[in-house]
Design a protein around this ligand. Structure first.
Ligand SMILES: CC(C)(COP(=O)(O)OP(=O)(O)OC[C@H]1O[C@@H](n2cnc3c(N)ncnc32)[C@H](O)[C@@H]1OP(=O)(O)O)[C@@H](O)C(=O)NCCC(=O)NCCS
Length: 160
């Protein structure tokens, strides 16, 4: 049975593997995992096995920044990402934030979280080609398959 729990240190290595398996090694997400105590983290577990995560932080007094939602492939399209997104939005509302910012990744004509973001009323605010390739030259990107990464970053914002 799928449960949603707060971050627990015992899941640190599994969390690290979840993001590395998704994006690849040496991405900017490594820093998030290394400093995980500075983030708000929810975990989805199935029989105590990590199957997904939501990670976000306070960017400033007005804005929450959604660092990642990652669901293991076997558990995608089952509503877990929607549950996590609703949690982040409720958190923003309850804590008086005015907006939530997030980034979607476009590779090979497909933008990963576009549908999820647009379902919740996020609006595209800017797009930057080769964003992570320039930010992290050692990043071996699994999305586009290139090093340096050639993915485009799409910035989305939702007003609360
Ligand atoms: C994007 C992601 C978080 C969505 O989570 P999920 O649990 O599969 O999402 P849900 O089941 O709640 O579905 C939400 C919507 O996204 C769509 N969706 C889910 N996975 C998708 C995919 N791989 N490609 C395109 N759309 C997808 C669903 O069809 C649904 O839209 P609909 O209700 O209009 O049909 C998940 O696919 C994932 O972890 N992908 C890899 C990591 C990633 O790209 N993270 C997002 C950026 S941090």
């Amino acid at each position: 049975m799928i449960k949603y729990i707060d971050y627990d240190e015992s899941y640190h290595d599994d969390l690290s593997a979840l993001q590395t398996n998704q994006w690849g090694a040496n991405s900017d997400s490594d820093e998030v995992i290394e400093n995980i105590k500075d983030y708000i983290v929810k975990l989805a577990v199935d029989d105590n096995k990590l199957i997904g995560t939501l990670i976000f932080h306070k960017k400033n007094e007005e804005c929450l920044y959604l660092d990642m939602i990652v669901i293991k492939p076997d558990y995608q399209k089952m509503g877990i990402g929607t549950t996590f997104m609703q949690y982040a939005i409720d958190y923003a509302k309850n804590n008086h934030f005015k907006m939530i910012e997030s980034e979607a990744i476009e590779a090979n004509g497909h933008t990963n979280s576009k549908k999820l973001l647009e379902n919740f009323g996020f609006v595209l605010t800017r797009s930057v080609k080769n964003f992570w390739g320039e930010l992290c030259p050692d990043f071996e990107c699994k999305e586009c398959g290139n090093k340096p990464c050639t993915c485009t970053m799409h910035e989305y914002i939702k007003t609360i």
